[in-house]
Unconditional design. Structure first.
Length: 134
């Protein structure tokens, strides 16, 4: 989610923060709307890492997080940034990196069954799961 990137820390690290390092590593220990079972680590390419090595030391003197300002400004800025990086859209394009997980046929079938059950009960899957797991 955009808010996960918006809050990327450049000073604090650890299991309670999402952060970015000058070596180009982005670590997401939590997400705004989805619980994470393990941290998501994204290694940025060499060109972006080179820019980070120049920018982050200066930014650390000014603020705690990589991005500053409102979410609206952040969204417009990331769209422009992605154009420079050759990526379509805004910051949410990075979420697609996470969805390259290979699922087993059993996991896919279980997901289909959950979706079907939720639809039959006229609920969302998240409502169904909350009902049966609490």
């Amino acid at each position: 989610r955009p808010s996960d990137y918006f809050s990327l820390s450049i000073k604090k690290r650890g299991k309670t923060y999402n952060y970015i390092q000058a070596n180009g590593k982005m670590v997401f220990n939590h997400a705004a709307k989805v619980p994470l079972k393990k941290p998501i680590v994204i290694q940025l390419n060499k060109e972006v890492t080179g820019m980070l090595k120049k920018i982050l030391p200066k930014l650390k003197k000014e603020r705690e997080t990589l991005f500053n300002g409102s979410m609206q400004t952040f969204t417009r800025t990331t769209i422009k940034l992605n154009e420079v990086l050759g990526l379509p859209g805004g910051i949410s394009v990075f979420r697609k990196l996470q969805s390259n997980t290979n699922f087993t046929p059993e996991q896919i079938q279980a997901s289909r069954e959950l979706l079907e059950l939720a639809e039959n009960q006229n609920h969302s899957v998240s409502t169904l799961l909350r009902h049966y797991t609490n």
